[in-house]
Design a protein around this ligand. Sequence first.
Ligand code: ADP
Ligand code: MG
Length: 213
Amino acid sequence: MKSIEARALCKNYGTAQVLQNVDFTIQKGELFTILGPSGSGKTTLLSLMAGLAEPSSGQILFDDKDVTHIPPAGRDVGLVFQSYALFPNMNVFENIAFPLSIRKVPKAEIESRVASALDMVRLKGVTDRRTNQLSGGQQQRVALARALVFQPGIVLLDEPLGALDRQLREHMQVELKELQRALGVTMVLVTHDQEEALSLSDRLLLIDKGRVQ
Ligand code: ADP
Ligand code: MG
């Protein structure tokens, strides 16, 4: 688990100021939510933490180390997107093994770590299936397993439960929190759902029009 600090983050696209002077600190092992309406800058903020985009100015620190210009692979961050973003040409096992394969983890270790990641998200018996043969809830579990399988210090989730129906969403909220507690990982969850933010988080950041409220 790692701490995260944002210092005076600004992000402009052309003349549009999408993030303006955003400051916050997230403690190690915290479940931290970024709450705001659509278009408020949540995904942009998460992208800066993941290294998928660079800020126009300001800094991001993990455990007091400046990571602002470090690419995603060097950041020790697991990512879960709103739209699952699973690889449709790979089966469940291959999807979850992917972060380990690109890190050149030995095959036997990949097998045992994928098995324990599947166990973690309570998904068994579907390893050979293509991801488009899974339900929304199962796909979301695969995405979560893939984000956790390389044991990152930080997990970033962008509206991960948005595509699920209400009952499954509430069930997954409980599971997500239990998993976060069990692993002790620092988890940053983006949502526009106030109820979800309040029921899940240790602390939350409210943003609107690119500014911390
Ligand atoms: P949220 O995730 O809260 O819905 P986003 O971070 O996706 O908000 O977007 C915030 C604002 O930044 C929106 O007005 C959006 O149109 C704009 N924006 C996001 N990405 C880009 C981009 N690559 N180029 C130009 N504008 C962008
Ligand atoms: Mg978004």
